[in-house]
Write a protein that binds this ligand. Structure first.
Ligand code: B12
Ligand code: SF4
Ligand code: SF4
Length: 389
């Protein structure tokens, strides 16, 4: 393709050709799909601001800030006229969803977080992509984002046509399910825009029914304060008692609404090995993780997204999960060994778990007991995702 300057984009055919070249470059950088939209997200903003006004965002105060940028993303970078919305698959091969859901002694870590932190990994790819776009069009002006700015990423992707917003609020794609990250390139070139796709949720309510904490309070509406992803990752305070049992063995994030979704039958595994499980985090016992020292936590999880919750919240989450498991002596001893921690928040969670296990001693013998929603989810996975079971 000839070298183009922005002032030369008189013909739609030039822009169409450039768009197609950009998509090819995106694919070469490991993105599975790209689509273009304009910078008007005002239609979605109203719902977003009402959501925040209701307080559904809990203590994620960053969602209260920079509202004018969410409404008008063009303000984030001058001269932006288009957004390239991109999809990047993260599901590792052999995700073993079933075994971690069924075995209460194992740690259930959200599958996006088993390997390297996606922010850095994808940002690097976006930067390199922009450099190559710049090589074919002079005066290109770019800014890249991946879960890093006050923008409505799912709304942008939906508008661009990368998929539709499912009732669980994530973006869904007919050919690829939902196990992917979203990223954006803001660009000053008026590339031809793509059209949104139809919503294919239909009468299905599977994600709403199988969410362990009833966090999807209505179709397309999530109360983050009830969501296990929020409770285990974003929340720095105590985990409310009412959700502790339902959390089960989920110690970092939650994949259940996605696992319940029939469209994830078509989910694609990632070819990017940086998202493969390190340290056997896809098949590791809660007890082993609980016994890590702070130094081990920090060094072993270097470069992992998990590290950012900090050691105390890591132990808080595992303590709850241990309390939901079997009353093994080893487990109770491990909990007791950390019960005198100076961190009163952690101490309270450990105490909750010890009390629960002591009370259950005579009730639960050796069998793993999983809550009924999880059992239903396991049956759904066996039917729908045998490949990843
Ligand atoms: C805050 C946040 C969270 C919060 C709140 C989640 C939420 N659903 O709002 C918590 C911590 C709970 C969370 C959890 C997860 N997150 Co998160 N999260 C974000 C973040 C930073 C902002 C989302 C936001 O603004 N939420 C507020 C809601 C109100 O806004 P909204 O979802 O965009 O939708 C509003 C409008 O767009 C509009 N709308 C748009 N389309 C439609 C269609 C209809 C029909 C209707 C009625 C309305 C509507 O209405 C909505 C208001 O109700 C984004 C990144 C970003 N900057 O966008 C990632 C992001 C949404 N998260 C992501 C992921 C992967 C997750 C988890 C799967 C991680 C995990 N495994 O634990 C879970 C999934 C939980 C779930 N069911 O949503 C990915 C989703 C990728 C995808 N396929 O869609 C994102 C896009 C990050 C990324 N760059 O990849 N997350
Ligand atoms: S991530 Fe888990 S807790 Fe949150 S909405 Fe989905 S199923 Fe519910
Ligand atoms: S589980 Fe059903 S309702 Fe929920 S997002 Fe998937 S298709 Fe839509």
């Amino acid at each position: 393709m000839a070298f183009l300057t922005t002032t030369q984009y008189h013909h739609l055919s030039d822009l169409t050709q450039l768009k197609s070249k950009i998509f090819t470059l995106a694919e070469q950088h490991g993105f599975q799909q790209a689509a273009i939209t304009d910078i008007d997200t005002s239609k979605y903003f109203e719902q977003f601001s009402q959501w925040v006004e209701h307080g559904y965002h809990g203590n994620m105060s960053y969602l209260e800030r920079n509202q004018e940028l969410r409404k008008d993303p063009g303000k984030l970078h001058p001269n932006t006229s288009r957004i390239i919305s991109l999809r990047y698959n993260y599901l590792p091969e052999g995700a073993q969803f079933k075994s971690v859901l069924a075995d209460t002694s194992k740690a259930n870590i959200s599958r996006y977080a088993l390997g390297k932190d996606y922010h850095k990994r994808i940002r690097k790819k976006l930067k390199s992509l922009c450099k190559q776009i710049n090589d074919i069009c002079e005066q290109g002006d770019f800014r890249v984002f991946v879960d890093s700015a006050p923008i409505l990423e799912t709304a942008i992707a939906e508008k661009a046509g990368l998929g539709w917003k499912g009732k669980h609020t994530l973006l869904l794609n007919k050919e690829a399910g939902s196990f992917f990250f979203l990223a954006e390139v803001f660009i000053n070139i008026p590339l031809p825009i793509d059209e949104p796709v139809e919503n294919h949720c239909g009468n299905c309510n599977s994600c709403i029914k199988l969410c362990p904490t009833d966090a999807i309070i209505a179709p397309y509406k999530l109360d983050a304060r009830r969501c296990i992803s929020y409770l285990t990752i974003e929340n720095n305070g105590p985990i409310p008692i009412e959700f502790r049992e339902a959390i089960g063995n989920r110690i970092y994030g939650c994949d259940d609404c996605q696992l319940a979704c029939p469209w994830n039958r078509f989910s694609q595994t990632s070819k990017d090995l940086s998202f493969s499980a390190r340290l056997k985090l896809d098949d590791i016992s809660l007890l082993e993780l609980f016994n890590w020292s702070e130094t081990e936590f920090l060094s072993r999880l270097e470069g992992s997204p998990i590290r950012r919750i900090g050691y105390q919240n890591w132990l808080r989450n595992i303590a709850i999960a241990l309390g939901n498991g079997n009353s093994d002596k080893q487990v109770i001893d491990a909990l007791k060994s950390k019960a005198n921690t100076e961190n009163s928040l952690l101490a309270e969670h450990i105490k909750w778990s010890i009390n629960r296990l002591e009370q259950n001693k005579n009730v639960i013998k050796s069998k793993s007991v999983t809550p009924s929603k999880t059992e239903k989810l396991i049956r759904t996975i066996e039917k729908m995702l045998p490949r990843d079971a």
